[in-house]
Design a protein around this ligand. Structure first.
Ligand SMILES: [Ca+2]
Length: 333
């Protein structure tokens, strides 16, 4: 149960060191936190709860504005807004709204070690977030649990999978350089080939060091160059060479290096259309990306899957959950 003061403490961590963003949730104009807090208070007190108002207000404010609303709410209602929302809402809507009351970084922070690591989420977060985002995640993890994420990741997983996650958490990735180093690109492409497809077995540490230490633009060129050496592209090579969680992790990494928004669009499409829609996955992506790049994810979605994400949401979800997702995605473009 995060108190407002705690949430406010995280604010500064989210400013600066960010890549260009393509949010669907942007700061509301003529923002009045007191007015919003009053609306939320009335909505919570309404018999049967007025979910629509809660959705309308909270999906149209940024995290930092929601924090101000929570602060105003606490002043007028003399109680914590997150707890009040928790009491008033239930099911998938509650999950989304409580997710929105966390900063993007807080939301991404894995549960503390021993709390039953959900491997799929751990892989997605550690393999898809940028170096800067991972640096913030480590800081917040330390603040929340007074523990070192590096140590916990190493302790909770094992083998090469652990080595890969650990290498990512160590955030050793180079910053993109304005100079294209063709020699290094060729050297890395050949090394990836010689450590994998060319030999019996796989020299996983070599793959790990290249994929965790080089900049993203460099790796994009490496994977292009790689095709000059290998009969299989990088993704195909990963499938052939390694198995299980290690394979999943390398695939998420490479897909994100190639086109991160397409990766999330595909995940959404897959989750939404799977039998027994994987709500958890849908919620996670939409909540965590709405202030980052959901607009670009929506456009990749439409280009690649022939219909808008909003339309898929209309077809595959219902009720308040549908409303809150559509609120976060914004209108179709
Ligand atoms: Ca091999």
């Amino acid at each position: 149960m995060a108190m407002v003061s705690e949430i406010l403490g995280q604010l500064s961590l989210n400013i600066g060191a960010r890549e260009p963003t393509f949010p669907t949730v942007v700061p509301a104009k003529d923002f009045d936190p007191d007015k919003d807090a009053a609306r939320i208070e009335t909505a919570i007190k309404t018999k049967g709860v007025d979910e629509q108002t809660i959705i309308d207000v909270l999906t149209k404010r940024t995290y930092s504005q929601r924090t101000e609303i929570a602060f105003a709410y606490e002043k007028r209602a003399k109680k914590d807004m997150v707890s009040a929302l928790k009491g008033a809402l239930s099911g998938s809507l509650e999950t989304v709204i409580l997710g929105l009351m966390k900063s993007t970084t807080q939301y991404d922070v894995p549960p503390p070690s021993g709390a039953g690591t959900d491997e799929e989420t751990l892989i997605e977060v550690l393999c898809s977030r940028s170096n800067n985002e991972l640096v913030e995640i480590k800081k917040v993890y330390m603040e929340l649990f007074k523990k070192d994420l590096e140590k916990d990741v190493a302790g909770d997983t094992s083998g090469n999978f652990a080595k890969l996650l650990l290498a990512l958490v160590q955030t050793k990735r180079a910053e993109p350089s304005s100079i294209v180093d063709y020699e290094k690109i060729d050297e890395d492409a050949r090394a990836l080939y010689e450590a994998g497809v060319k030999i019996k077995g796989t020299d996983v540490p070599t793959w790990i060091s290249i994929m965790s230490e080089r900049s993203v633009p460099h790796l994009q060129k490496v994977f292009e160059r790689y095709k000059n050496y290998s009969p299989y592209d990088m993704q195909e090579s990963i499938v052939k060479e390694v198995k299980g969680d290690l394979q999943k992790s390398f695939l998420v990494l490479v897909k994100c290096f190639e086109n991160k928004q397409l990766y999330f669009a595909s995940k959404l499409n897959e989750a939404m259309k799977s039998k027994g829609a994987k709500e958890k996955s849908v919620t996670r992506i939409i909540v965590s990306r709405c202030e980052v790049d959901l607009k670009k994810i929506c456009s990749e979605y439409k280009t690649n899957f022939g219909e808008s994400l909003q339309k898929t949401i209309l077809e595959h979800t219902k009720g308040d959950y549908q409303k809150v997702l559509l609120g976060l995605c914004g209108p179709e473009e």
